[in-house]
Design a protein around this ligand. Structure first.
Ligand code: AMP
Length: 361
């Protein structure tokens, strides 16, 4: 067990790292962030900051020597970096988890290998393979870059008969995956925390609504039947156990009109759809990550009140004063200087009137 007073190393300097550092501080830990940005949301609240490239071996060695455990807030940290650090200090989640989560083809293959459904997909190493995949699917599809995509970046819709070569160029990557377009009625997610000893705790499924491919709102809990919720949680836990994740696993899913649940994507880190847990759950996802990677008992995932989390994207952050004046609205700002379009600047969680939700333990 890594007891309070120890230093947690955080790879990545964004808002997910920031909120983890704040939760760690509450439990008496210090955070040492490693990221290449000089000015980052996490460094602004962390005790220590190493500002270096993720492949800087010397800086990594000094960082590993200065911390008691390492976790991450971004799954695209180079796997070699995790390998280097792991020789000196425990890193959770580990390299195997990242290898799968960094590659959409490997990830979907892994999920299907666990007997869990995804959208139909084809590996597309070039434009000709993408065109062949579209023909085989016979329906509309999405071409996604295999690696490094987020918030809809590197994604292009394909319709039967479209110009696939142009779509390939617009995707902007040298490796792709073609996925059948899922006609979903809702997008949901489940966040599971798992310790090294295999203890797991899952927050109930929440519903996610997107605008321009970026998460706009999370509704807590998702308005789905208890049976569907149980299916979603058991899928997420099966994946977390099979991956042997230590830390968090966020599982994004589609619910179809005929009551099926398909897994879309995995993120082995805190997730935007779990921000509500700071204000409306007994233990936040960030504290849960600290507990999991330090070998502490996991906290209760009880929902204290139904809630809606809304992201403040780009200039939506200018509403901060009005939000502060709203009774019951809980404002979180990430301290980013420039409100560029599409940039997540903060979020607000509104607790809804009503009794506690008896969905979880
Ligand atoms: P992703 O980067 O895979 O999470 O995709 C971003 C968003 O695009 C998802 O949250 C969905 O709204 C949409 N999307 C992605 N893949 C599919 C799919 N196969 N079918 C329908 N919508 C999708």
């Amino acid at each position: 067990m890594i007891a309070p007073g120890a230093t947690i190393g955080m790879l990545g300097g964004g808002q997910l790292g920031r909120m983890t550092a704040m939760a760690a501080a509450r439990l008496g830990y210090r955070t040492h962030v490693f990221c290449p940005e000089v000015d980052s949301p996490c460094a602004a609240v962390a005790a220590y900051h190493t500002c270096a490239d993720y492949r800087d071996a010397q800086a990594l060695a000094a960082f590993a020597a200065a911390v008691d455990v390492v976790t991450l807030e971004w799954e695209n940290i180079p796997v070699e970096t995790i390998g280097l650090l792991s020789r000196q200090v425990p890193v959770h989640p580990g390299a195997k988890v990242l290898e799968i989560a960094q590659d959409r083809v490997a990830e979907k293959g892994f999920i299907n290998g666990q007997g869990i459904a995804t959208a139909p997909f084809f590996d597309a190493p070039d434009a000709a393979a993408a065109a062949a995949a579209l023909t085989r699917l016979g329906t509309s599809a999405i071409l996604k870059s295999t690696r490094m995509g987020y918030d809809g970046k590197g994604q292009v819709r394909l319709d039967p008969g479209c110009d696939v070569a142009a779509a390939w160029r617009a995707m902007g990557s040298d490796a792709g995956i073609v996925e059948g377009l899922v006609d979903f009625v809702a997008e949901i997610s489940v966040i599971v925390a798992r310790t090294e000893a295999g203890q797991m705790a899952s927050y109930p499924p929440v519903e996610n609504r997107h605008q321009h491919h970026i998460l706009s709102q999370t509704l807590v809990p998702a308005a789905i039947t208890p049976a569907l919720a149980a299916t979603a949680v058991s899928m997420a836990e099966r994946l977390a156990a099979a991956l042997q994740v230590v830390g968090l696993l966020a599982v994004e899913m589609f619910v179809t009109g005929d009551g099926r649940v398909l897994v879309n994507e995995l993120a082995p880190r805190p997730h935007n759809s779990g921000h509500w847990t700071i204000d409306a759950a007994a233990t936040s996802q960030f504290e849960q990550l600290v507990r999991a990677v330090c070998g502490l008992p996991l906290g209760s995932v009880a929902v204290l009140a139904p809630a809606v989390m809304e992201n403040l994207i780009g200039d939506q952050v200018d509403q901060w004063a009005a939000i502060l004046a709203e009774p019951g609205a809980r404002l979180h700002l990430y301290g980013k200087a420039e409100a560029r379009p599409g940039r997540k600047m903060g979020h607000v969680t509104r607790l809804l009137p009503g009794a506690a939700v008896p969905l979880s333990t």
